[in-house]
Design a protein around this ligand. Structure first.
Ligand code: MLT
Length: 410
């Protein structure tokens, strides 16, 4: 008899984005002439910048010569990329992260899920609500929760509501938690955390022996100079936080796949017998056992992100998507919609008009305007009554989407 992992049976029917895809495909089959605009999943639309492509081409040529051909690379990533990340993303901001604290991977989605391998099943886990569903679903899969209630909240998880009422600032948990997922700039709300907010979390983690899993996949979209890009900008964070970063959204790697996770050497957890234990060797062991590294060609492309030309090109990509976010935000506000986020992030989070639930509004927008967004309730019970629009699209589609949206709600 082959037993399954029964925890999978607790998961809600489908992962959010495939469920949206299913509804959209059905609509398109029934309405083959509808020009549907998709602002649902945050997938980039603009081509890979030239500097990145040129680096990849050169790497392909190297792979075609016996003298420069490469097979397996280091599981943790090539030194050239880890050094470039440490220098440009951290040291240049006065943050003391070294290359050997960086693990190159094929995505933050994978890393934020896989990280649970190295943590005990008995940890009390806190997530904001709404939240990027991967954090919740991977905890369910690994048996860290009970069943979901009628609102989709799993027993055993601590949910920290973030809504317009608390200005999207997560309250500290009322009873102690061990692992805390934070994502800033936030997916889905598009809001950011100030230094003071992050300091509160770092202080909390230090006082409670907790570890913060800090997802900074959207840090490149921060425009406000007062907002921290890394949790390690907060004093003491290296003792209590793991940070996840990605090349997906800033440099167009959603299809190409490259990301990295920072595990400071001084970060410690606790063994079952109460002894302190370093996290870095555990993640290194896990990474080397279950992962064979990102391809050389892709890592050369990622390295080019940090070249002068690469920086110019990715800054113009980021500015392009942020301008899309501005157009969405202002276009919606002009017809009386309450809009949040979209200033330091590529997501616009809005209140659904009238009394519609998030999914009702999703269906209405699809049927009447042939527009796709993401229902807030798909990100958690406290997302009910909200809706997310992604700014990743062409300018024409964004302009057209704003017009169609305005027609539906006015
Ligand atoms: C989203 O739309 O929330 C993101 O695209 C999901 C992801 O990056 O995995």
């Amino acid at each position: 008899m082959a037993f399954i992992n029964d925890h999978y049976l607790k998961l809600k029917a489908g992962y959010l984005f495939p469920e949206i895809g299913r509804r959209v495909n059905k609509f398109c089959e029934e309405n083959p002439n509808a020009a549907v605009i998709k602002l649902g999943i945050g997938d980039v639309t603009e081509p890979l910048p030239t500097a990145i492509r040129e680096a990849m081409h050169a790497a392909i040529d190297e792979m075609g010569e016996a003298g420069s051909f490469r097979g397996y690379g280091p599981e943790q990533g090539y030194g050239f990329l880890r050094e470039a990340i440490a220098k440009n993303d951290f040291q240049s901001r006065g943050v003391d992260i070294s290359a050997d604290e960086i693990f190159v991977s094929d995505g933050s989605k994978c890393d934020t899920g896989n990280i649970l391998d190295i943590f005990g099943a008995n940890n009390k886990v806190a997530v904001t609500d709404p939240v990027y569903p991967v954090y919740v679903d991977t905890n369910v899969m690994t048996g860290r929760t009970g069943a979901a209630d009628e609102n989709g909240r799993y027993a055993g998880l601590t949910y920290l509501p973030v809504t317009a009422e608390n200005n999207f600032v997560a309250p500290l948990p009322e009873s102690p938690v061990d692992l805390i997922y934070l994502c800033y700039p936030n997916n889905p709300t598009g809001t950011v955390a100030t230094k003071e907010t992050l300091k509160q979390w770092v202080d909390y983690a230090r006082a409670n022996g907790s570890i913060i899993l800090f997802d900074a996949a959207y840090e490149a979209f921060i425009t406000d100079p007062e907002i921290p890009h890394s949790i390690y900008e907060i004093e003491g964070a290296k003792d209590v936080a793991i940070e996840f970063r990605s090349f997906s959204k800033n440099a167009g790697f959603t299809g190409t796949r490259c990301a990295f996770t920072v595990v400071p050497k001084q970060l410690k957890g606790t063994t079952a017998s109460g002894e302190p234990a370093e996290i870095h060797p555990l993640w290194n062991r896990r990474h080397c056992t279950k992962f064979n590294g990102v391809s050389y060609i892709i890592q050369k492309g990622a390295e080019a992100v940090y070249s002068e030309q690469g920086q110019e090109q990715i800054q113009s990509l980021i500015a392009f998507y942020l301008e899309n976010a501005r157009l969405l935000r202002e276009g919606l506000e002009s017809v009386g919609i309450s809009v949040y986020g979209g200033v330091n992030a590529p997501y616009v989070w809005l209140k659904t008009p009238g009394e519609s639930t998030s999914w009702e509004f999703f269906d209405e927008l699809l049927q009447k305007a042939h527009l796709v967004g993401t229902p807030g309730s798909g990100f958690g019970a406290s997302g009910e009554g909200y809706f997310r629009l992604s700014a990743f699209n062409t300018r024409n589609n964004i302009n057209e989407a704003v017009t169609r949206f305005q027609n539906v709600v006015s």
